[in-house]
Design a binder for this molecule. Structure first.
Ligand SMILES: C[S@@+](CC[C@H](N)C(=O)[O-])C[C@H]1O[C@@H](n2cnc3c(N)ncnc32)[C@H](O)[C@@H]1O
Length: 226
């Protein structure tokens, strides 16, 4: 039986992912015991008080496989030279890597912990997608529209087609306003939520993939956020 790329990647990453999950949990506990989180948007990798608002749990390969046909119409229309896919809370980078590998398009992953971004860089190198992926260590709750409009490292947000979110409701709630602002300047942008979604009254859903599998719920593509 032939497996999809994301399924094989999932099995290759099984042990490194389990170990990342455990060190991420340690760092989260350490951070919650420390005082107030840093206010700087680029997370200090040496800091023990990171604003970790979601645990590390990877997207199951079955959902990455559903994501690919769902995103096809959006990503294939992307302008050459832009970065059409962004994962906020990118973990070990497997979603960016799978999307970049499948569509041969650039992607950007942001994560508050350098544990995650370093793992993502290493895996991307092993998967030969380093030329297509960028991983930034950044607290997504400190993103500001001014920086998105002026900071070269964040310029992907100005033209991206998709921002992917598989993040706990705490973080989802914290990034909603900035995403709404970005959608105001980038009208072609769609937000995709996986498992944890905005409430129906918080936006307008364009496509919904309603599946429940292994405790994970479906995917939603949001055309607008209110
Ligand atoms: C559920 S995991 C999703 C990982 C990856 N997107 C995937 O689908 O495989 C959520 C990620 O959000 C990151 N995260 C938590 N708080 C964050 C914050 N304030 N800013 C950016 N990322 C954050 C965690 O480090 C974790 O890797």
């Amino acid at each position: 039986m032939s497996h999809s790329y994301s399924k094989s990647l999932e099995s290759r990453l099984k042990s490194s992912s389990d170990s990342l999950e455990s060190s991420h949990m340690d760092q989260s506990i350490q951070s919650s015991l420390s005082s107030s989180p840093s206010t700087s948007s680029y997370a200090d990798p040496t800091s023990s008080n990171l604003n970790i608002l979601s645990p590390y749990v990877p997207t199951p390969s079955t959902f990455i496989d559903r994501l690919i046909p769902l995103l096809k119409p959006y990503l294939e229309g992307a302008e050459v030279g832009t970065v059409p896919f962004i994962d906020i809370g990118s973990g070990d980078g497997r979603v960016c890597i799978s999307i970049s590998s499948h569509f041969n398009l650039p992607s950007l992953g942001l994560d508050v912990t350098s544990l995650c971004t370093s793992a993502a860089q290493k895996i991307s190198l092993e998967e030969s997608t380093l030329h297509l992926t960028t991983f930034l260590t950044l607290d997504a709750t400190t993103l500001k529209l001014h920086d998105i409009l002026n900071d070269q490292k964040l310029e992907a947000f100005r033209t991206a087609r998709i921002v992917y979110l598989f993040i706990y409701p705490t973080l989802l709630k914290a990034v909603k306003n900035i995403l709404k602002e970005i959608m105001g300047v980038n009208e072609g942008l769609r937000i995709v939520t996986q498992n944890y979604h905005f409430k129906d009254e918080e936006g307008e859903v364009e496509v919904s993939v309603d599946v429940e599998e292994d405790g994970f719920e479906g995917l939603k593509v949001w055309r607008r956020l209110y």
